[in-house]
Each structure stands twice: as structure tokens, then as C-alpha cells.
Design a protein around this ligand. Sequence first.
Ligand SMILES: [Zn+2]
Length: 320
Amino acid sequence: MITRYPPLTTVAFALLMMLAFSSCNRDNSHASAAEPVRKPSPPTSQAVSLPHVDGQRALQYTREVVAFGPRWVGSPGHAKTQAYLRKELKDDNLQEDSFTASTPAGSKRMTNFVAKFPGSKDGIIVVTGHYDTLYGRKDFVGANDGGSSTGLLLELARQLRGQKLEGYRVWLVWFDGEEAIKQWSPTDSLYGSKHLAAKWAKDGTLKKIQAFLLLDMIGDADLNIERESNSTPWLEDVVYKAATDLGYQSHFFARTNDLEDDHLPFARAGVPVADLIDYDYGPNNSYWHTPQDTLDKLSPQSLEVVGSVVLRTIHLLRQS
Ligand SMILES: [Zn+2]
């Protein structure tokens, strides 16, 4: 994943947004000036009955994946991660989407994993992340970048397994080949998501997708998920509502960024998408794509917050 604009632009945009919001609030506040400060609404009884995301368990999955070492396409750690996903997801109607990608380093065999959980409606909610790490980098284990979403998706699978789901089906996707092989560019990046979006356009699956949520770098102990300008505003609003319902809204959308990530091929195909990403990892994002992206920077609470918000978002989408 890569950002398109320098951070200053992002900060300026965030300030503008804050000004806009504060003036909005002022305009609407006169009628309710005497009312007490509104607290986030507590979860409804339906929300309470939702499966609970176990942050420690999500972190344990992440730990096991990170222990395989670097996981770039074709590396031993990559093969071990694939075997691990096969084992963990064997009861989840797992489909492997294997393909050969043409890259600057020649042809590479890549595989997306799709675990499918049934629902009573034909529509599909897709929740995704990537499991590969930076190509050829032996000093990079990607605990947050690649590891955290891989672990949280495995925990989401554990929660969805065996549930009788009303409404839309839920498919979880572990993308391969998100990272560039040589240098990030439109052709050298996002191999797995581009392949799956094209395949699902062809077989008609894309039309059934009601919402596409992408999780990336969501394990940072200092969790600040950003609003992302290539994402679909109404879907981000549903995510924010879900976060607010659970009292987690302070972790969401204080800043806005513009990112190229695995949601783009689906956004371009007209699918409603939301990239849930914290692109502020360490001082000045200094842990991103460096050897410092290690397990000690993550927290189970962050995984639990994001996982719970994803489940609540699914619940809200199902009611719509
Ligand atoms: Zn990355």
C-alpha cells in the first residue's frame, strides 16, 4: 500500500474537515444547548448477542504467522503461511484462487484464499486483507503490515464458523501479492486483488457484493483508523456508526488519507469499498516497511476494536 499525497496535505485536509464539522455543529447546536452531552449509544441487545472478537486470539494467530518469518511470494515463509491458512480454514468452504502473475522478476505463482460463510440472502459482504510481505526483504516480518489483518481475519473466521447468519453471506479473503515486486506502480502492485476483481467481474460475483471492507495495518497499539478518499463515503459512515455504537469512535476517522491499496480494483469496478487502515505507524510512520514492524508494536485491544467494529458493520449492513 502506498500514499499518494505527502502527509502535510493530509493534515491540511483534516483541519479543513474539522473546521467544517465544528461549524456544522455550531449551526445545529442552538436547539439542544440545554441538553446533556450525548454519550455514545450503548450496543443494542442484538449487538450484544453478536459473536465477541477475542483480541488475544487474533494476536496469537498473528504471532504464529509472523513466526514463519518474511512471507514474500515464493519464500519459505510464504509457503508455510499458505499451509497454515489451509489448515485453519479447512472447515470454512475454503477456495483457493491460484494464478500466475507477470512481474518485473518474471512469472510468479500467487494464491488468494477465500473462506465462505453462508447467509439467507444472495448478496455478499467481503472482508479482506493481504498475507504477503515486502518482496525479497529478509529483515522485514510485517507484524502489522500483512500479519495483523491475516490474524484478525482468522479470528473473524473462528467467530463466524457454525453461526446461523441471517442476511448477506460473508466471505473472508486473504490476498496474495499486495506488495510490489520491484517498485510500486499500477502494474507492479496489488496482484491478488486485481486478479480476483477481474475474475469476479467475469463470473458475475462482483454484482452481488454489497460491501467490501479492507483491513490493513490494524494492529498498531496506537490505533487511529483513517478516513480514506478512495473509499465509499456511505460505507465509511456505516463503519463509523458501528464504531460509535460500540463506543470506539475515538479510534476512527480523525484524519483523512489517500491510499492505493487492495480496495482499488474493486472500487474501480463500482463495488462499495472501505479501506480500514492506520497509516501512522510509529513516529512519522517510521515502522512502516522497516525492520521495526514487529509484534511488540501491536496490541490485542486494537485487534479487538477493529474486529468488533467489522462484525457490527456486518450486522448493520444486514439490517439495511
Ligand atoms: Zn506494505
